[in-house]
Design a protein around this ligand. Structure first.
Ligand SMILES: Nc1ncnc2c1ncn2[C@@H]1O[C@H](COP(=O)(O)OP(=O)(O)OP(=O)(O)O)[C@@H](O)[C@H]1O
Ligand SMILES: [Mg+2]
Length: 327
């Protein structure tokens, strides 16, 4: 457990969180860490069968004042999407935020998302030939994004500023890792052609999830439940679509050593998105600019130090190809 008193945590759970879900008294609470890399826990009260998720934002790398900012942002974003975009029930929704506690290492408590994550279905498609199930889940996920983007569409035109800033940021951080300076140079050169291709940005800004990875979406029959909204922002819809496409490309490439294995799934996902929006011209518009956002997504994944260095370099090369040949 991070820098937080277990007794105080227990009091907080039984005093402020559990009463939202079932009346007292409460039985013992089992605590299970969900992943090694991050302090994310399942709190399970067996008497009533209450299960909630706790994410401690404070860590050795993130001081409390900064962690608290992320925790509050994540809470506010979940609330906003649920209340203002009607994603609190029905087929497409995000988890309910249940509480925030600065003193407990900037803890955010949310409901437990039901079902299985997208990563599970990607692995099944890779190793067990279960492509149809992944196609089906990607259709549902496309529906989730279509709902979020449609509900939040603004009158503002998208601009390349955010994209340029993000590319800069990610290249700067990769320079301390697997990015060679010649490769960095080439990427900046090819990217520069995209910034002046004005027709690419002929779309309106929407709210994007901002962290479209295979562990942030749960599938429960036909329902899709999103989590982790701390990176949500106003941006180009392709921020989500391109990042998800990059994740698909990476997960297939990493597992099967095949650069092309994800292509049918990416195509299907984009098509399903355009069909759900009810406007097929979206398909053309999205696919035109997808390589730009996919390259950002691939570079973002290449920052993960748990991937081996030669593979991270492959991701960077793939990002460069997207920028060079995609326009
Ligand atoms: N509300 C939730 N319900 C069910 N599982 C959850 C919930 N929140 C997190 N998890 C699971 O806990 C694990 C860790 O989540 P976390 O979001 O911190 O890390 P991550 O998804 O690996 O990385 P990222 O920061 O990119 O989202 C993931 O497998 C995630 O699916
Ligand atoms: Mg996550």
């Amino acid at each position: 457990m991070p820098r937080c008193n277990t007794e105080a945590l227990h009091l907080y759970l039984i005093g402020e969180i559990f009463p939202q879900l079932a009346p007292p008294p409460y039985g013992p609470v089992a605590i299970r860490r969900l992943i090694r890399e991050k302090p994310v826990y399942l709190f399970h009260e067996r008497e009533h069968g209450i299960r909630v998720i706790g994410k401690f934002f404070e860590s050795d790398h993130i001081p409390r004042h900064e962690a608290w900012r992320y925790a509050k942002q994540s809470y506010a974003n979940l609330k906003h999407v649920r209340e203002d975009f009607g994603m609190n029930n029905g087929m497409y929704r995000v988890v309910a935020p249940l509480g925030l506690k600065r003193e407990l290492a900037a803890l955010l408590v949310t409901e437990l998302a039901p079902g299985k994550i997208l990563d599970y279905y990607i692995a099944r498609a890779c190793y067990n030939g279960q492509s149809e199930r992944l196609f089906e889940k990607l259709s549902y996920l496309a529906g989730f994004f279509a709902k979020l983007h449609r509900e939040s569409e603004t009158h503002r035109h998208v601009s390349s500023t955010l994209t340029q800033q993000y590319l800069d940021k990610v290249l700067n951080s990769l320079q301390h890792g697997p990015l060679q300076s010649s490769e960095g140079h080439a990427i900046r050169k090819y990217a520069a052609r995209w910034w002046v291709a004005n027709e690419i940005f002929n779309d309106r800004e929407v709210t994007v999830h901002g962290d479209a990875t295979p562990t942030n979406f749960f599938f429960d029959h036909q329902d899709v439940v999103g989590i982790d909204l701390e990176k949500m922002k106003q941006a180009d819809r392709c921020w989500d679509l391109g990042f998800l496409a990059a994740e698909l490309k990476h997960h297939f490439m990493w597992r099967l050593s095949d650069r092309w294995a994800a292509e049918p799934f990416i195509g299907h996902f984009l098509w399903a998105y355009a069909v759900t929006l009810g406007d097929i011209s979206f398909f053309q518009m999205i696919t035109r600019k997808l390589p730009l956002y996919m390259s950002l997504g691939l570079l973002r994944i290449a920052r993960n130090t748990w991937l081996d260095e030669p593979y991270r370099y492959l991701l960077i090369q793939e990002a460069r190809r997207c920028l060079k040949y995609g326009l």
